[in-house]
Design a protein around this ligand. Structure first.
Ligand code: SAM
Ligand code: SF4
Length: 342
């Protein structure tokens, strides 16, 4: 069985698991310089608890798992979790989203544990600018991480680029050009308004700029489950993808995912407000049947679409026992991306 049908005719087969709200960087569009208030360690799900949730989601047809954060590689023994999740019946793929700074140390062990592939966030190819955007990071560490991941066989390596007008949008052509000679799969992501800001670089503008390098030919995805549309420059080894949550009206119609926050809340929608508290149930020995039923409820309650363009998020779930309002009025969710799991 692949995928659980939701009420809008979508098939939900993908769970993004945020393993921590901690991060070793402070990207300017994701966190304030001092970071965000952190969860207590005891509030973060253990690997065993994550395993229990993943067994429940696999039973309803969710067969792909992506680990994210915060920065997932700051959590100790991540390969142990990868190995555990790969053994869950029904799970076909475990992948990772990371800032890449710690990847060179862990890529081989992650591959050996069963990780299939990796997405690496990299918003600039200039060392001084990288330090400026991430406030703490070293570009060379990420480039080394990308190389090590490729050598370890974590294919395809996808590079996620969030464009910020006036900060890195002058590097569109540099990133696009990287896909010609290297097997880089670069995806430009429209910046979402998590902190109230709404300035973003529309995909149509990015595509127009790339046009000077050649005609973009549509391609099928180089594997993946995501919402990106892929293209290739003539003769290029890699691809260029676009993720368009803000400018494509049909974006949400391709949504295939649920999210699990580090503190065990199951979220039907990244940009919504509804959450189902699984941690409380996990710690009260809920039966597998109860967990499975709640996963099915989360799937059924997925909203048809987000309402960011109208300056508001989706309403919380109607049942106050099952959901909790976590976001403010307008301008995107109050929990930041690092607290939900991007
Ligand atoms: N720390 C890891 C990383 O940076 O890849 C994983 C977590 S991070 C929150 C996941 C992804 O969310 C990154 O690719 C990051 O660029 C993206 N992201 C964070 N804030 C965003 C925003 N406001 N709009 C769009 N993408 C955002
Ligand atoms: Fe950390 Fe990723 Fe957020 Fe950057 S985008 S601050 S690396 S969680």
């Amino acid at each position: 069985m692949t995928g659980a049908p939701d009420s809008c005719g979508r098939s939900i087969n993908y769970l993004r698991v945020s393993v921590t709200d901690r991060c070793n960087l402070r990207c300017i569009y994701c966190m304030p310089p001092s970071g965000v208030p952190l969860l207590r360690q005891s509030d973060i799900l253990s690997y065993e608890e994550i395993g229990t949730v993943v067994r429940a989601t696999a039973e309803v047809g969710i067969n792909k798992i992506r680990l994210t954060g915060g920065e997932p590689l700051v959590r100790a023994q991540l390969p142990r979790l990868v190995e555990m999740l790969c053994e869950v019946q029904g799970v076909e793929e475990v992948s990772l989203t990371t800032n890449g700074t710690l990847l060179s140390r862990h890529a081989l062990e992650l591959k050996q544990a069963g990780l299939t592939r990796v997405n690496i966030s990299l918003d600039t190819l200039r060392a001084d600018r990288y330090r400026g955007i991430t406030r703490l990071g070293e570009l060379t560490a990420v480039l080394h991480g990308i190389e090590t991941a490729q050598e370890a066989g974590l294919h395809p390596v996808k590079i996620n680029v969030v464009l910020i007008r006036g900060v890195n949008d002058d590097e569109v052509l540099d990133f696009a050009a990287m896909t010609v000679d290297r097997e880089w799969h670069v995806r430009f992501i429209e910046r979402m308004p998590f902190n109230g800001e709404v300035d973003f670089v529309p995909t149509s503008e990015v595509q127009q700029r790339i046009g000077v390098l050649g005609k973009l030919e549509p391609r099928v995805a180089p594997t993946g489950n995501g919402p990106a549309a892929y293209y290739r420059l003539p003769g290029a080894r890699g691809t260029i993808g676009f993720i368009t949550p803000l400018t494509e009206p049909a974006f949400c119609s391709r949504c295939n995912r649920l999210r699990l926050t580090p503190d065990g809340k199951l979220r039907p929608c990244l940009l919504g407000e509804a959450e189902i508290d699984l941690r409380r149930l996990l710690r009260n020995n809920a039966s597998p049947e109860t967990l499975r039923r709640l996963v099915q409820q989360a799937v059924a309650s997925k909203p048809q679409r987000h309402h960011l363009e109208a300056g508001r998020t989706n309403p919380p779930d109607a049942d106050p026992e099952r959901s909790r309002r976590t976001t403010g009025e307008g301008g995107g969710p109050k929990r930041r991306m690092s607290q939900i799991g991007g």
